[in-house]
Design a protein around this ligand. Structure first.
Ligand SMILES: *[C@@H]1O[C@H](CO)[C@@H](O)[C@H](O)[C@H]1NC(C)=O
Ligand SMILES: *[C@@H]1O[C@H](CO)[C@@H](O)[C@H](O)[C@H]1NC(C)=O
Ligand SMILES: *[C@@H]1O[C@H](CO)[C@@H](O)[C@H](O)[C@H]1NC(C)=O
Ligand SMILES: *[C@@H]1O[C@H](CO)[C@@H](O)[C@H](O)[C@H]1NC(C)=O
Length: 540
């Protein structure tokens, strides 16, 4: 149990998981609050250049902000509407072309205007197909909020279903600022939905939820299967470390496991000291080091494996050097980036429930909004046993009163049941995943799932990381991403050509696309600890 916990937490150093939230006195946000999955897409700003349409007309700049009157509650429209922000361009649009809608998901969408342009797959499709592009801010992120705060009462309307219904209501009712822009609803123009990571999952879930609404979709690293105890997060990382780095990481971790399991207080303290964690009061806080940006992945291995300009052989340098190099890297490079001048307890300690950061309900706080979805619907907890206790405590500190029975279990079962998770089989939904993506095991390219890629239901796999295929320029760096782009552009050339307007109501989904029999996949293994814990909690 313990070793798994520590093993996972430490390995997070090289993971893509991101951390938000606690705001230290100088305003720097960081580190004690874990933000389980939620890797917002890479921000890609739009170029500053004037936007010129194909016939030479000068169009509004990419960063022109538009607003849409969105329903607060799709189950009860009488509650009224709120302003949902969006950005749009018809740079490449010509009558008959597709409308390409995308939400960056769990983040303020302001930095994402580049997703309107051919700097991303969205724009590449638009350019090829003479389409118009739209970036829509997800409800409860940035400045698209039903109510002016993120209190528990407001967050009642923050559900995956409401987000899916937003996409539908927007697509059917938006009047785009474009000639004939009120005639571009999904029944009159082919609509394409694009997303990555959570919004990639949302793309799949929306198409399942609303068959026939969106004509085609592109899901980049879409984490389609909600998984409660997401230990698989570490598999792609482990499998893709350089051999020497992998050998040394395992040597260090089994050493640390042994020491912590031995209960030898002095030896434990020595390890905490070598990582500069001696003054962290609570054991689990000292494990909360889960905040490694992906870019540091190789830097980390270099720090471990390159000694005096020499690279270690495949077997690594062995425990002594690796432990020293690792703790040094942590103390000198890594800790400073997340904690700045603060000591470890101030930065990583998470037990002080009176800190305002737990109760700050101001809007535009993506960490808080995302935690709400994590706790209610998607899980993906990357924490060892006792499962989620640290996150559970944090969740209760954060959303006081929201979970009155004192037990918080994300209802991943329901999420997968409603949205089909890995069982999705939908024509014209293109999945693009990356071999080195820590999230791979929640996508359609999960190992062991063996989902079949076909012409009408393609699943492309590059050598990339999380959502690497989103950016156009990645194709220049990685030929496997170029191949994914080529395959996607071929699909999006083929599909819109087969589209026919239905004139009224919704376009019809191809009959074999939905409903369909559930694919037989082995559901995620529930670990022994987890099932024991669930039994103890009366859930199983
Ligand atoms: C050029 O295209 C825009 C919209 O894309 C349209 O409003 C305008 O009338 C067109 N101009 C000409 C000369 O065709
Ligand atoms: C991308 O679009 C811009 C116009 O916004 C155009 O100048 C450029 O050539 C396009 N790039 C490619 C690779 O097609
Ligand atoms: C050893 O580690 C270095 C630095 O990360 C890496 O460049 C090299 O490929 C690794 N060699 C082997 C054999 O694993
Ligand atoms: C609350 O959060 C908002 C948005 O994240 C931030 O601007 C503000 O400074 C925070 N207030 C306090 C008291 O920490």
């Amino acid at each position: 149990m313990l070793c798994l916990t520590f093993w996972k937490s430490v390995l997070c150093i090289v993971s893509l998981s991101s951390v938000t939230a606690k705001v230290l006195p100088d305003g720097r946000p960081h580190a004690n609050m874990v933000r389980p999955p939620g890797v917002p897409l890479v921000r890609i700003p739009a170029p500053d250049a004037p936007v010129i349409s194909s016939n030479g007309t000068v169009l509004p700049p990419y960063n022109t902000l538009y607003e849409f009157d969105q329903l607060i509650d799709h189950k009860n429209p009488s509650l009224g509407t709120f302003k949902q922000r969006f950005w749009h361009t018809y740079e490449f649009y010509e009558p008959g072309g597709p409308i390409i809608l995308s939400t960056p998901g769990e983040t303020n969408a302001g930095g994402y205007t580049g997703y309107l342009t051919n700097r991303t797959i969205n724009g590449l499709i638009a350019q090829q197909e003479n389409g118009g592009t739209i970036i829509l801010e997800h409800r409860f992120y940035g400045f698209s909020n039903p109510y002016p705060d993120l209190s528990v009462a407001s967050l009642k309307y923050h559900t995956i279903q409401q987000a899916i219904d937003d996409l539908e209501y927007f697509a059917k009712n938006v009047h785009l600022p474009i000639p004939g822009g009120d005639q571009l609803t999904p029944n009159k123009a082919p609509s394409i939905l694009i997303g990555g990571s959570y919004s990639g999952a949302l793309t799949s879930w929306t198409m399942v939820n609303n068959p026939g609404l969106f004509f085609a979709g592109y899901s980049s690293s879409g984490v389609v299967q909600a998984i409660l105890d997401f230990w698989q997060y570490f598999e792609p990382i482990r499998q893709n470390l350089p051999q020497n780095c992998s050998a040394d990481v395992q040597a260090v971790m089994s050493h640390i496991d042994r020491v912590f399991l031995s209960g030898n207080k002095m030896a434990i303290q020595a390890i905490k000291e070598s990582f500069g964690m001696e003054n962290v009061n609570h054991f689990d806080d000292s494990l909360q080091v889960t905040s490694g940006p992906g870019a540091q992945f190789y830097q980390f291995c270099d720090a471990l494996e390159v000694k005096d300009g020499q690279s270690a052989p495949a077997s690594g340098w062995g425990l002594d050097h690796a432990l020293a190099a690792w703790s040094n890297y942590w103390k000198i490079t890594y800790f400073a980036t997340i904690c700045g001048k603060y000591d470890a307890e101030t930065c990583l300690g998470s037990y002080d429930a009176t800190q305002t950061s737990w109760h700050n309900t101001s809007i535009d706080n993506a960490g808080r909004s995302w935690m709400w979805i994590v706790w209610n619907e998607v899980g993906y907890l990357q924490e060892g046993a006792p499962l989620g206790q640290l996150l559970l405590r944090q969740c209760q500190q954060m959303f006081t009163g929201a979970f009155p029975y004192g037990i918080v279990i994300p209802n991943t079962f329901r999420t997968n049941l409603l949205n089909q998770g890995w069982n999705v089989k939908f024509d014209r939904l293109f999945f693009a995943n990356g071999i080195r993506d820590p999230w791979r095991e929640a996508t359609m390219s999960a190992q062991g799932l063996n989902a079949k890629s076909t012409l009408s239901q393609p699943i492309a796999l590059s050598d990339g990381f999380h959502c690497s295929d989103f950016g156009a320029s990645a194709a220049q760096v990685d030929p496997t991403i170029a191949t994914v782009h080529k395959q996607a552009l071929e699909s999006f050339r083929m599909w819109p050509a087969t589209w026919k307007p239905t004139g009224q109501g919704r376009p019809v989904a191809s009959p074999r696309s939905f409903p369909q029999p559930a694919r037989k996949v082995s559901q995620p293994v529930i670990s022994k600890q987890l099932s024991a814990w669930l039994k103890g909690a009366g859930v199983l």
